[in-house]
Design a protein around this ligand. Structure first.
Ligand SMILES: O=C(O)CCC(=O)C(=O)O
Ligand SMILES: [Fe+2]
Length: 225
């Protein structure tokens, strides 16, 4: 057994089942502290050790029209390739989630792309969707957080807008707020949920990834808007 297999062998089925059930029920899943701890530790150590030149300002738009836009997002990203123990363990874990979801939800997920993300203090990503109907082939978005000892007053929440939640006459609370705690996993249908990242008071580390229908379009594609 390789190191990578040891890291996430067993124990994932119950988690995958809850994610799958959440998706069926609501279209999204928020699972606090759910990423296997070894994997979360390996990834958080790796992201902190990544040299700063590996990170590039994230763009907005499709490959050839990709532009950096300070009004929409200010984070830096580093695309993940199958190199090194941490990245391989992550891609393998995502692949086992992909095959579970394909068996249980018939989503026809074909490939996976993901990047490390670093939001420095004050960085944000304004409300956007990760895919548009008929346009993208991103089906399912996955985000995991790698921040140890995060407290709610650090900010940096992910806000997911869910038009199916009930709103009262007094307060429009049709949104779900996720604190980017260590090991928290968020999965949602890419075309369905606008979402945004609020500015944080400290460095915020995460991985964002997308399961796609096929990989006919080159890598390094970012949300259209
Ligand atoms: O980091 C997050 O909470 C979400 C990031 C995101 O929405 C994206 O990269 O598309
Ligand atoms: Fe997004």
């Amino acid at each position: 057994m390789s190191l990578v297999q040891v890291i996430h062998s067993g124990g994932d089925t119950a988690l995958f089942e809850s994610i799958s059930n959440d998706i069926i029920e609501k279209g999204y899943s928020i699972r606090p502290y759910a990423l296997p701890e070894n994997l979360a530790l390996l990834l958080s150590q790796h992201i902190l050790e990544l040299p700063s030149e590996k990170f590039k300002r994230a763009g907005v738009g499709r490959s050839k029209d990709l532009v950096v836009n300070d009004f929409i997002r200010t984070d830096e990203i580093s695309w993940i390739t199958y190199q090194g123990a941490a990245s391989c363990a992550w891609i393998d874990w995502a692949d086992s989630l992909r095959s579970y979801l394909n068996k249980h939800l018939f989503l026809g997920l074909f490939s996976f792309e993901s990047h490390f993300a670093h939001y420095a203090k004050g960085d944000f990503y304004k409300t956007h969707k990760d895919a548009f109907k008929g346009e993208g082939n991103r089906v399912l978005s996955v985000v995991v957080y790698l921040n140890q000892n995060w407290v709610p007053s650090d900010g940096g929440e992910l806000v997911i807008y869910d038009k199916n939640l009930s709103a009262s006459a007094v307060i429009d609370n049709r949104k779900v707020t996720v604190v980017p705690n260590f090991g928290t996993i968020v999965v949602f249908l890419s075309e369905e949920f606008p979402h945004e990242v609020l500015p944080a008071k400290r460095d915020r580390y995460s991985i964002a990834g997308w399961f796609r229908l096929n990989n006919s379009i080159a890598n390094n594609i970012d949300p259209p808007r």
